[in-house]
Design a protein around this ligand. Structure first.
Ligand code: ADP
Ligand code: MG
Length: 247
């Protein structure tokens, strides 16, 4: 078995007038926390949307190898079936539905074709408990703050048997306490064998959790660095493409 759970090879993605990704290579090791960073517009979200099937096969060039097999996703549902789950910048929860409905939305637990709500509630509580949270799952999602909503998103991912979790700037709307809790959860998931790709603008949190850091610049340059003895300045230099003093 390869040490890499994911290999994206020579990925090129164009939008009218913009080459968002230009021959990008990106590899993620099994079980690691891999941080993807880069300035706004460098192509981070696009790379993850290619991976998740949001941009379907045929709309980009290049190859996606997941767990040793080439994948050609046509929908997000296709990537979720093999265990790749993305939590987007914009949360995808439905505020008017309950916590348990949200967690199992689209993959409801059924018994003879009928949704088994009791089991759904028990399972929703179980998966939240794994994350260290006890919530009244019959409450609506809108009754919780953005920090807890982020946890509900992760619970939803876990309920789908996630192997590779992608978080696109999950802490951008969180306060410091909620950010810390979220980073701790990502570390706990790692201890349970779940690989994560974390997109973040906050270098302090990247340096705190990353095993490996990949820097994207203008959809062109990629540098992959082990997070050992690396300084913030070196990362910024890769991001902007020159010495900090020159800025
Ligand atoms: P990042 O997530 O690193 O901020 P993005 O991947 O969102 O960057 O964007 C990379 C480039 O692709 C930007 O120039 C952006 O404007 C462009 N882009 C992204 N999505 C679209 C789209 N759906 N249509 C047109 N251009 C897009
Ligand atoms: Mg983005």
């Amino acid at each position: 078995m390869s040490e890499y759970i994911l290999e994206m090879k020579n990925i090129t993605k164009e939008f009218p007038g913009v080459k968002a990704l230009d021959n990008v290579n990106f590899k993620v090791k099994r079980g690691e926390i891999h941080c993807l960073i880069g300035e706004n517009g460098s192509g981070k979200s696009t790379l993850m949307k290619v991976l998740s099937g949001f941009h379907k096969h045929g709309t980009y060039d290049g190859q996606i190898i997941f767990e040793g097999k080439e994948q050609k996703f046509n929908t997000i549902y296709d990537s979720e079936k093999v265990g790749i789950v993305t939590i987007y910048q914009e949360l995808a929860l439905i505020p008017e539905l309950t916590v348990y409905e949200n967690i199992f939305l689209g993959h409801e637990i059924k018994n003879n074709g009928i949704i088994d709500w009791n089991k759904t509630i028990t399972e929703a509580e179980k998966v939240l408990k794994k994350l260290g949270y006890t919530l009244d799952t019959s409450k609506k999602v809108k009754d919780f703050g953005v920090g807890v909503q982020q946890i509900i998103e992760i619970a939803k991912a876990l309920s789908k048997n996630v192997k590779l979790l992608i978080l696109d700037e999950p802490t951008s709307a969180l306060n410091e306490t909620d950010s810390e809790k979220l980073l701790q959860i990502i570390k706990d998931l790692k201890n349970h064998g779940i690989t994560s790709i974390l997109i973040s603008h906050k270098l302090n949190e990247v340096l705190e959790v990353a095993d490996t850091i990949t820097v994207l610049r203008d959809g062109l340059t990629i540098t992959t660095i082990e997070n050992k003895n690396i300084s913030e300045n070196v990362i910024i230099k890769h991001m902007v493409g020159r010495e900090i003093n020159d800025i």
